[in-house]
Structure formats: structure tokens, C-alpha cells
Design a protein around this ligand. Structure first.
Ligand code: EZ4
Ligand code: CO
Length: 408
């Protein structure tokens, strides 16, 4: 069964998505997600111009060999564009294999290791009452684990916090975040470090000790500041503190690790097992954050997670709305199959996205399941996709109050 046709489909039903569709000589189709938020066209070109011509005529079931061919073949290795493109191919091939076998992909990965994948949702607020309302809404939806992000006094906009003024506003879908030039936010680390422990104290007082809580510092701290925040959050028993420092500074985590017992999650911007080498062998983290979409697909992420398992490090797969439902499905098949599952992030896609991508995964009682459809279990409605043209949209940038560029 050979790969016969390669199509790259761009659609923007509220956010931009890069989808690869492969068709075999037997007429079986597979879908893969190669979405790289804010740099989508680079992956689309990499796939259409450089990868597509190499795939035609290849044996569709040789998934590992195709992964190695695309990883080692070009000489130039790793990087987010390359690894997102490899991811799209890899997912599409697993989807095809599952459809041919008549089995959901998790069965091909070794079968079910748990009844469901614990998911965490996002709650945020610029004030405590707004934050509490957001937490209540997630609890009503069944969530058992919740990420807490809060506005910081003196800062107009903060990562992860939707507007309290607009009903139902979400920071990931607000129009302000979808401009053709990045909007600018401002940042004050000292104000943030003063404010956040009080927020968690208030949340624990309101919701009790049992609710699973998480927080994302989004790459903004130095190792010493990360250690300080980790320590100040210890009384509030976080499931994890995410991206306290920029992920590429692997050695920096030694300082954080030696100073706090708050569990650490890192890696949504990392894309290969080599990016995790020190983090894993020195046991500097507790959770791996990479998604299949950004780390070479199911095959690429499985290499990282199997390596992590040896060191009792678990998965915490990135699940933002800039990973498409195809990428989300790939994550869920891994979540159910691997032994070292930790938690799965879930930001629910908007209704238009779920009309374009028909999913068979489910969320109930706080747990996700990939469903029993053969393959990944996601169908693309190409007519619906065609109604939403690619629209340039960038993530914000961040500057300190004196104008210095900072990590966003
Ligand atoms: O900022 O996916 O934990 N989740 C995150 C996300 C990322 C976006 C970047 O495209 O940090 O909200
Ligand atoms: Co994050």
C-alpha cells in the first residue's frame, strides 16, 4: 500500500490549522496536524514543497522508517518547523494504519493502560471573584484538575487571562490576539511574584485541599525567581508549576530543583528527545509537556516519553487550541496507551473548529477518551474547512516596563 496523494489543507475556523491529508493507492486517507502557531505557512511550505514529493510512492505502513527518513534525510535536524512537519506525516500514517487494521491507534500502541486520561482545564480572572466564577464553571463541566492564571495589579494584560469585561471571553480566541502584527503586553516579574501566592491561598481557602491545581509561569522567570515561586507555592500543593524558566536553559532547572519540592513541568516548546537529555537524565523535571504536533508526532513523542519513564518522569501533554483536533486525538491515543501518563491539558476548541474537524474523542467526568473509531478518529469536513481562509495571526510579545523585550 503506497502513499499516492499528499495534500496540505489550511483552514482558520477561529484559529489557523495546518492539516496534512495522505491518500494511499488503496484509497485509504490519513490526517496529521502540523500547526505551528504564528508560523503556520512555514510548515505548510515544508510539507508541500519539500516533504510531499518524497512521500509519493513510499510504503504507507513503514512508519518508523519514514520518520527516520524525514529526520535524518535532510541533514538539517530538529527545530519546530521540521518537527511539526514530521509530526503531520507521522500522525497521518498512524491514522492510515489504524483504518487498515480496523483499530483505534491506541490499540496499535500497546492497548489501554487506563480507563481515561485525567484532563485539566483553564480558569483565569483579573479579580478573585472572576477567577472563582471561572473555577466553578469548570467544576460544573466535570473538571477534576484546573490551571489557575490571574491578572497582576498594575499590568494591563497577562498571559493566560481572558477579559472579565467580555462575557465568555477567552484569552486564546480574543480578537486582540489575532492581529497581523503581534500585540504588545507589559510585564513586571516582581509584581507577579508578590501577587501569585496570595491567589493560590485564596483558591485553596475557597475550594479546599483536594482540587488538583496547576500554574503556568510561561517562561518568564530566572532560575532563582523560579525557585522562589516554587517555594512560596509549596503550602498550596500544586500538581505542577509549568515553564518557570525558559525551557532551553536546561541547566537553570538545577537551581530550581534543588530549592523547591513543587513539581515542575517543562517542554511545550521542545521538539526532540535531545532537548530533554539533561532534564530527564538529571531528573530536573516531573512532567514532559511536548505535544505530538510539535515533537515529531506519535513516534517522536513516544521516544521522549519512553526515555522519561526510566526516570519516573510522566507525561503532561500540551493541549492548547492551537493544536488541532487531529493533534489532540494523537495525544489522547498516547495518553491511554503509555504507562507513564500524568495529566492531559484540555482547552476545548470552539464550535466552528469542531464543525470542520469531526472528532470521536469524548470528555466526561473529568476524563478524556480517544474513542473506538479506527485510526485517530477525526474526520475533516473539507467543504466546511474551505469556508475559513488562512488569516495571519500572531501571539503577543512581552516587554518589561522599561521597554526591554522579555519572554512572552
Ligand atoms: O502559550 O499554545 O500551557 N499552555 C500554553 C499555551 C501556549 C500556546 C502557544 O501557542 O502555554 O497557551
Ligand atoms: Co504552557
Amino acid at each position: 500500500m503506497k502513499i499516492e496523494k499528499v495534500e496540505v489543507i489550511l483552514t482558520s475556523p477561529g484559529r489557523n490549522f495546518v492539516t496534512l491529508k495522505l491518500t494511499t493507492s488503496d484509497g485509504v486517507t490519513g490526517l496529521g496536524d502540523g500547526t505551528l502557531n504564528g508560523r503556520e505557512l512555514a510548515v505548510a511550505s515544508y510539507l508541500a514543497d519539500h516533504v510531499g514529493p518524497l512521500l509519493v510512492g513510499r510504503e504507507a505502513t513503514n512508519i518508523e522508517d519514514t520518520w527516520q527518513y524525514l529526520y535524518r534525510g535532510p541533514y538539517w535536524r530538529r527545530g519546530p518547523v521540521t518537527m511539526a512537519a514530521i509530526a503531520a506525516v507521522d500522525m497521518a500514517l498512524w491514522d492510515i494504519l489504524g483504518k487498515v487494521a480496523g483499530l483505534p491507534v491506541y490499540q496499535l500502541l500497546g492497548g489501554r493502560s487506563r480507563r481515561g486520561a485525567l484532563a485539566y482545564g483553564h480558569a483565569s480572572g483579573t479579580t478573585l471573584p472572576a477567577l472563582f466564577t471561572a473555577v466553578h464553571n469548570l467544576l460544573d463541566d466535570g473538571f477534576k484538575a484546573i490551571r489557575i492564571q490571574a491578572g497582576v495589579p498594575g499590568l494591563a494584560r497577562v498571559y493566560g487571562v481572558g477579559s472579565d469585561q467580555v462575557a465568555g471571553a477567552r484569552y486564546d480566541y480574543e480578537p486582540a490576539a489575532r492581529t497581523s502584527v503581534p500585540i504588545q503586553e507589559d510585564w513586571d516579574t516582581a509584581a507577579y511574584l508578590r501577587h501569585i501566592p496570595g491567589v493560590f491561598e485564596a483558591v485553596r481557602a475557597e475550594f479546599g485541599p483536594e482540587l488538583t491545581l496547576l500554574h503556568d509561569a510561561h517562561h518568564r522567570l530566572t532560575p532563582n525567581q523560579g525557585a522562589q515561586l516554587g517555594r512560596s507555592l509549596e503550602p498550596f500543593d500544586l500538581f505542577w508549576l509549568e515553564d518557570c524558566t525558559p525551557a532551553e536553559n536546561q541547566e537553570g532547572l538545577r537551581r530550581v530543583r534543588s530549592q523547591t519540592t513543587t513539581p515542575l513541568a517543562i517542554g511545550e516548546v521542545l521538539n526532540s528527545v535531545f532537548d530533554y537529555q539533561h532534564l530527564i537524565t538529571e531528573q530536573l523535571i516531573d512532567y514532559v509537556r511536548s505535544s505530538p504536533t510539535h515533537a515529531g508526532g506519535i513516534t517522536g513523542l513516544r521516544k521522549i516519553l519512553d526515555f522519561a519513564a526510566i526516570y519516573q518522569i510522566k507525561s503532561g501533554i500540551h493541549g492548547p487550541t492551537d493544536v488541532s483536533p487531529v493533534g489532540m486525538a494523537a495525544a489522547l491515543h498516547l495518553d491511554i496507551a503509555i504507562h507513564n501518563f500524568g495529566i492531559q491539558e484540555l482547552m476545548v476548541h470552539n464550535a466552528r473548529t469542531l464543525e470542520v474537524f469531526r472528532t470521536s474523542y469524548t470528555f466526561a467526568g473529568g476524563f478524556l477518551n480517544p474513542g473506538e473509531s479506527p485510526g485517530l478518529g477525526v474526520e475533516l469536513d473539507e467543504e466546511a474547512a474551505g469556508a475559513f481562509d488562512y488569516t495571519p495571526a500572531y501571539l503577543p510579545v512581552n516587554r518589561l516596563l522599561d521597554g526591554t523585550m522579555h519572554d512572552w
